[in-house]
Design a protein around this ligand. Structure first.
Ligand SMILES: [Fe+2]
Ligand SMILES: [Fe+2]
Length: 161
């Protein structure tokens, strides 16, 4: 991974997460069982990604003056978090595929727009601001650390369930 900026590392992580969700979405469209393992892997990976952003990546950017864009990202993380929890619950209680798909469509559209904004605006700005130590820490935690038990996105739980 050497030679990559943190923006590129985080963008690669978006793609890794997307592959799990794509497999889950394909199962919703097919005749077979819902790919619960792919959904679970996608949820775990995205929640960890959000943890890294909110705890490690965003604070130095906020300190550098990028408050507005970060507020938008935090709000979207909260909405995504709630949608992931709803999806998990729907799959666990074996809800109708149409219901699960409806929730997924909302989450997928939000995630796609969210990631595009990060990749086009926030990550390039971040790459100008982050020092080498912080960048190394972010990359390390993204790959090696697990999300602390009980941690939730700062703005989770604000959208109606
Ligand atoms: Fe994000
Ligand atoms: Fe991200």
């Amino acid at each position: 991974m050497s030679g990559q900026t943190i923006g590129q590392v985080l963008e690669d992580d978006h793609h890794r997460i997307d592959r799990h969700f794509a497999a889950f979405a394909a199962s919703l469209a097919g005749d077979g069982a819902v790919a619960e393992d792919e959904l679970a892997a996608g949820i775990t990976a995205l929640k960890h990604h959000i943890w890294v952003e909110e705890e490690l990546h965003f604070p130095p950017l906020r300190a550098a003056g990028l408050m507005g864009p970060i507020m938008v990202m935090l709000k979207e993380h909260g909405e995504l978090w709630d949608l992931l929890d709803r999806l998990e619950a729907q799959v666990a209680e074996a809800a109708a595929v149409a219901e699960i798909s409806a929730t997924w469509q909302v989450a997928a559209a939000l995630l796609e727009a969210h990631n595009a904004k990060e990749e086009q605006i926030l990550y390039p700005s971040g790459d100008q601001v982050l020092d080498t130590d912080t960048a190394a820490d972010i990359q390390d935690c993204l790959v090696n650390e697990t999300t602390p038990e009980g941690w939730v996105a700062q703005m989770a739980g604000r959208t109606a369930g």
